[in-house]
Design a protein around this ligand. Structure first.
Ligand code: UDP
Ligand code: MG
Length: 312
């Protein structure tokens, strides 16, 4: 028992322009962890915020020794912020949470219990509904999860949040994956470990506004597919091969027909359509290959995932 009291949980919070949300988050989380069985500390990651987020964090860190922060030199994105948090964390357990209280802190003690008593390495959360979200956004999200399910060989749960409680071993495994194009929802599944999924109802953010536009989310999903599957490359080769065979059969057919009936000049509109169609298909395939090459290029450069300006 006395040994248990020394264990510590690091709560990682990526923050980008969250000056309004952070104080509310801090209050609510402290309240929820009043009777938490182990020690905890905060590790806020200021992802190059343009508002007063860093001042708010410095203020909190000055008042409370449980509060630590890492501040980036510019905005590197939530993926980089999560990676930095995991890398800099020291706790025996780690929780990743959004700053906007969309991830209920009341769940944390239960997550700890599951790890201790039920033998899980990790407890992850997923939203059971997407209330308050535009239907078109939900539709695209569902298509994305369906696609990922079929083409990527990793365990991806629909509605999965980044909010999760992990043991040190799992955190170390994730930190080991130092790739530049990070898609954490895939990485969490890729590293394996025993994961328990708990559902919760979607909540509105307490303050500030979302940092994800539809276009940003779309790009992020493409990133996920490219990072976790090479299936599109195979598809484009297979489609190319099928059309090659079809073209060959058509060629023989046309040749034989010309021998028998002669060669009247007609049918150029259909020819024009076919040329356009195949030109489009070729460009599409080249585009797919290009996406993989560009990701490889970024990976090969080996640039750091984030740059720290200051921390405490
Ligand atoms: N975030 C970040 N860097 C970014 C964008 C977002 O660290 O470039 C943080 C943000 O401060 C929040 C979390 O990631 O704590 C989730 O962002 P948000 O709530 O805007 O996303 P949503 O919940 O709408 O998907
Ligand atoms: Mg949010």
């Amino acid at each position: 028992m006395s040994n248990e009291a020394k264990e510590k949980c690091t709560i990682i919070v990526p923050c980008y322009n969250e000056e309004e949300a952070i104080p509310l988050f801090y209050e609510a989380t402290n309240e929820a962890l009043k009777d938490f069985a182990i020690d905890y500390e905060y590790l806020f990651v200021n992802d190059g915020s343009k508002d007063k987020t860093l001042d708010v964090l410095k203020d909190l860190a000055g008042k409370d020794e449980k509060v630590h922060y890492v501040s980036f030199s510019r905005n590197f994105g939530k993926e980089a912020a999560m990676y930095a948090g995991l890398k800099e964390s020291t706790g025996d357990y780690v929780v990743i949470m959004d700053a906007d209280l969309q991830d209920p802190p009341e769940l944390i003690p239960g997550m700890y219990e599951s790890v201790i008593n039920e033998g899980y390495d990790c407890v992850a959360t997923r939203r059971v509904n997407r209330k308050g979200e535009p239907p078109i956004r939900s539709m695209f999200a569902n298509i994305f999860y369906l696609l990922m399910h079929f083409i990527a060989k990793v365990d991806m749960v629909p509605g999965a949040r980044d909010f999760r409680f992990m043991k040190r071993v799992m955190v170390d495994a994730i930190v080991e994956i130092g790739e530049y194009n990070r898609f954490s929802k895939g990485i969490f599944g890729w590293v394996g470990f025993n994961t328990k999924w708990i559902p919760f109802e979607n909540r509105k953010r307490v303050a500030g506004k979302t940092k994800w536009s539809f276009f940003k989310l779309f790009q992020y999903s493409i990133e996920g597919i490219v990072a976790f599957s090479t299936a599109p490359l195979v598809w484009s080769s297979i489609i190319g091969l099928i059309f090659c065979v079809l073209a060959f059969i058509a060629l023989i057919f046309l040749f034989v027909r010309a021998l028998i009936f002669g060669d009247p000049v007609s049918g150029w509109p259909s020819l024009a359509c076919m040329i356009t169609f195949f030109a489009g298909l070729q460009l599409f395939s080249v585009g797919i290959i290009g996406m993989y090459i560009s990701k490889t290029y970024l990976e090969v450069k080996g640039r750091p995932i984030y740059i720290v300006k200051e921390k405490k």
